[in-house]
Design a protein around this ligand. Structure first.
Ligand code: TYD
Ligand code: MG
Length: 454
């Protein structure tokens, strides 16, 4: 039986069942090529194809020591990397344009250079004078970092081969172009090819490589997602424009915990570390106000307190607004539905705005109860006591489910002066140290006890 053929677009990676001159998905011309399968065994012989060699197999036990790491001395960065830089690792740092990636990586390059590594910073976006000006502003001019401004991948690889650095920073991968690939710099095939060349060079030559990738909204140039699978570590640099907080988040890390965050503050002279993020996220908090609830969360290995703010206002629109910043929109819809169906508290005819103060993005379901509390507090116009933290997962039945690391959350809250907590029943609570912890089994009793309704 004839095998089904498949064709792939080299621009957008869409697959097609037949060849055509133009890709239906991205509109590129002459970009579609047939996929060829690798044959093995007797069939390979009859087709005249070369047979592969047998690959050596080994077992799982290892006597190798964990990889040695170099600390940059920037604690928040080392934490996100899983305890420092691993030699020959490939790291992707993604983020919106202007968020501070170049600033962070110039500071990192300088710190690694000061720690004794040979560091090369390749800028494909800015002129050498611009990078030097930034270095002056960041007070890094004395650090032994070597700078290149180049976008030709072949020349960059030749230079790296001759210089043999311990770490190379490529800012940004979207400006690099390989003359092996016909399409324009920034296209999916160029970005993929450049990332592949650089990461395999890094493994071969025992050099760590950091690729900077701009997150793009309009798809004109390929975003960092298309190369996430090629690298060992994927870090995203997040933050709200207009806020000075920046969060570096590990979304993938072969050498450390994923979901670890590092918190920075953008100042006039570069990014400063924020070793105690809870204090920072709560620093703008005023008097207890309706709609404001403090959530004791866990980000990576560290507890972090953040404030959830809700605003509810009547609307004449038939489709009320559901606007969320820093939390998942569909999770909000679920909590509104549970409040409505299980507790009889409707939100029809009401616009709902939910915001995580400080620009942090929270993804834990443990924040469910804090969200529900913020929504109720805004709706009923009743403020929770200022020294209360809330956490717990809400199930569709309205039951409250205990979450992991209860003790760490409570401890962090105590440290910051929160003497009361509301948590699900069956939570593992240790010594209370004078903290008043109220345990509740479902949302109905929570509504009744805290807001006297329901
Ligand atoms: P940049 O690192 O160039 O962002 P990216 O590489 O992600 O595009 O940072 C850009 C912004 O940071 C810019 O708006 C200016 C601001 N900034 C400061 O506030 N302080 C500083 O010390 C530096 C270097 C930049
Ligand atoms: Mg930049």
């Amino acid at each position: 039986m004839a095998k089904a053929q498949s064709f792939t677009c080299n621009e957008c990676a869409a697959t097609h069942s037949k060849w055509s001159g133009r890709c239906d998905d991205c509109g590129a011309w002459n970009s579609i090529t047939q996929d060829v399968a690798i044959s093995t065994g007797p069939a390979a012989k009859s087709l005249g194809a070369a047979r592969g060699a047998r690959v050596e197999l080994s077992d799982l036990s290892t006597k190798e020591a964990p990889p040695p790491r170099t600390k940059s001395g920037i604690g928040e960065l080392d934490r996100v990397l899983g305890g420092g830089l691993v030699p020959a690792s490939a790291i992707l740092v993604g983020g919106d344009p202007g968020i501070g990636k170049s600033t962070l990586l110039l500071q990192a390059a300088a710190s690694f250079a000061r720690a004794g590594l040979k560091a090369i910073y390749v800028s494909g976006e800015e002129a050498a004078a611009q990078v030097r000006m930034r270095a002056v502003r960041l007070e890094l001019t004395d650090a032994p970092v070597k700078l290149a401004t180049e976008t030709n991948l072949r020349d960059i690889l030749t230079t790296l081969e001759a210089e043999k650095p311990d770490i190379a920073i490529i800012d940004s991968i979207q400006t690099m172009w390989s003359d092996n690939v016909a399409s324009a710099p920034g296209s999916v095939s160029q970005v993929r090819a450049a990332a592949h060349e650089l990461t395999s060079f890094a493994k071969r030559r025992n050099m760590a490589v950091v690729l900077v990738g701009h997150v793009t909204k309009d798809g004109q140039i390929a975003g960092p997602r298309v190369i996430e699978h090629m690298v060992d570590t994927v870090l995203y640099f997040e933050g709200e424009r207009g806020h000075q907080f920046r969060i570096l988040r590990a979304v993938k890390n072969r050498f450390g915990p994923a979901d670890e965050i590092g918190v920075f503050e953008m100042t006039g002279s570069g990014l400063g570390e924020v070793p105690n993020p809870s204090a920072l996220f709560l620093s703008e908090r005023d008097e207890p106000a309706p709609g404001s609830v403090v959530f004791a969360g866990i980000e990576g290995t560290r507890p972090v307190l953040v404030e959830f703010q809700a605003l509810i206002s009547p609307t004449p629109q038939s489709q009320p607004r559901r606007s969320v910043v820093g939390w998942d929109g569909s999770r909000l819809a679920m909590i509104l539905a549970v409040l409505e169906s299980r507790c009889g508290i409707p939100f029809t005819g009401l616009d709902v705005y939910l915001n995580v103060a400080g620009g942090l993005k929270v993804s834990e379901p443990a924040a469910d109860l804090a969200v529900a509390a913020a929504l109720l507090s805004a709706r009923e116009d009743v403020a929770l006591p200022a020294d209360t933290v809330v956490f717990g997962e809400i199930s569709l039945s309205g039951a409250l489910r205990p979450v992991g690391q209860t003790e760490n959350r409570l401890k962090e809250a105590r440290k910051l002066g929160f003497s009361q907590a509301i948590v699900p029943t069956r939570s593992k609570i240790g010594s209370d140290d004078g903290q008043q912890v109220r345990q509740m089994s479902n949302l109905i009793s929570f509504v009744g006890e805290i807001f006297g309704a329901g």
